[in-house]
Write a protein that binds this ligand. Structure first.
Ligand SMILES: Cc1cc2nc3c(=O)[nH]c(=O)nc-3n(C[C@H](O)[C@H](O)[C@H](O)COP(=O)(O)OP(=O)(O)OC[C@H]3O[C@@H](n4cnc5c(N)ncnc54)[C@H](O)[C@@H]3O)c2cc1C
Length: 371
């Protein structure tokens, strides 16, 4: 096997998954993360059946499930608060839950601890300033003026990827979609054993994320991409929920802490051309950032990491591996970005309305296929 010395730029979900997969395959891995405090906002994330399978492939399923809250159904509610369906979701790993909700901080801890335990070096407060390729690898100059030579550099630095700007300056750029998401944590009510999805002009979801916690997301039209000051965010979120189902309005009364509200305009982007240049390759949101309507953005980043490590390990020439990696990933990631955007556009009248239920069932069929 080809053992490579690899730099991963970005210590988020995709970068840490890559560090784990690459270390397991015997490669040397250094991760650089620009945020010196490596902070992650405190709400949760939905990880569906393909992510549970990916965590099994990464060899971290027990710690992952130990930090998460599993569920095997999605309940659909109409705007007046009536439950219209409870849809069982298929598990891809026998004996394990089909989906989970997990706190973003808990997920980062599982992935970060595993990467470190496997021997990845993680350096915080550092970025790559220049990448000089010589055909045999990449000389990286860091923001602390240090310099190092690597066989391969993996850019996992998110939707505004600096690495993408350096190697593919003409690639597609993120675009605001017209919607935003508001999120807030609550104590988990007794009996909440599924993801609850409320359809309507403001799409709302309740996601279990630990034994005692759940989070709410609310997707709202935000024409003109307004900026809301932090002060007053709780009141703004309550206003956005004023016409929601009665059970959601009751929860909205508990939204009182401005600092607890996580507001995020939704952007999307898909790189349709190559995902690498020479010995530098991109993964995750750096090449395909989706809106969260199908809850698959992080899932795609994690799957990218596994496929990239497999291809780099199976092939002598890194550039051949990068092409094989993109060939295996492009269609699935493009489908997730397009299908999520179609739901988003339908909700804000920019396109035909999409039946969420049907779109979600189709998504499960697509992502349950082997990666
Ligand atoms: C509102 C919202 C809700 C979502 N909900 C879900 C969900 O429920 N399920 C799901 O699967 N996905 C969800 N997603 C998508 C998911 O968050 C992303 O797809 C995922 O985080 C992408 O991982 P990544 O590692 O590619 O990028 P990121 O998670 O953005 O990580 C990038 C990392 O790189 C670091 N970095 C940036 N620039 C540099 C640099 N120059 N040098 C070094 N480090 C750098 C950043 O600090 C960060 O740590 C949601 C997204 C949004 C916006």
């Amino acid at each position: 096997m080809n053992s490579l010395n690899i730099l991963v730029v970005g210590g988020g979900i995709g970068g840490l998954s890559a560090a784990i997969a690459l270390r397991r395959a015997g490669h040397g891995v250094t991760v650089i993360e620009k945020d010196p405090s490596w902070s992650v906002y405190g709400v949760g994330i939905i990880q569906q059946s393909n992510v549970v399978r990916a965590m099994d492939q990464l060899g971290v399923i027990d710690t992952f499930l130990g930090a998460a809250s599993g569920f095997d159904a999605v309940e659909i509610y109409v705007p007046d608060g009536t439950r219209v369906a409870r849809v069982p979701t298929p598990a891809l790993v026998e004996g394990k839950p089909s989906n989970v909700g997990i706190g973003r901080r808990a997920l980062q801890k599982v992935l970060g601890d595993s990467a470190r335990d496997l021997g990845a070096k993680i350096r915080l407060g550092l970025t790559a300033v220049t990448l000089d390729q010589d055909g045999e690898g990449v000389t990286v100059r860091f923001s602390d003026r240090g310099e190092e030579h690597y066989d391969v550099v993996v850019g996992a630095d998110g939707i505004y990827s600096q690495t993408r700007a350096m190697i593919l300056p003409d690639a597609e750029k993120p675009e605001f979609t017209g919607q935003a998401v508001w999120r807030y944590n609550f104590p988990r009510p007794e009996g909440l054993d599924a993801l609850h999805v409320y359809n309507g002009p403001t799409g709302v979801g309740l996601v279990p994320m630990s034994a005692d916690l759940m989070y709410m997301y609310a997707t709202t039209p935000e024409p003109g991409n307004p900026r809301y000051p932090s002060e007053g965010l709780a009141a703004r979120m309550r206003e956005k929920l004023a016409a929601a189902a009665p059970q959601i309005r009751a929860l909205a009364d508990q939204i009182t802490e401005d600092e607890g509200v996580v507001y995020r305009p939704l952007e999307a982007m898909m790189v349709h051309g190559p995902w690498h240049k020479g010995r530098v390759v991109l993964l995750g949101d750096a090449v395909h950032a989706t809106t969260p309507h199908l809850g698959q953005g992080a899932g795609m980043a994690i799957e990218d990491a596994i496929v990239l490590a497999e291809e780099l390990t199976a092939r002598e020439a890194p550039e051949e591996a990068f092409e094989a990696y993109r060939a295996r990933r492009y269609e699935r990631c493009r489908y997730i970005v397009d299908a999520s955007l179609a739901i988003c556009h339908g909700q804000i009248g920019k396109g035909p309305a999409v039946d969420n239920h049907t779109a979600t069932a189709e998504m499960f069929a697509v992502v349950s296929k082997p990666i």
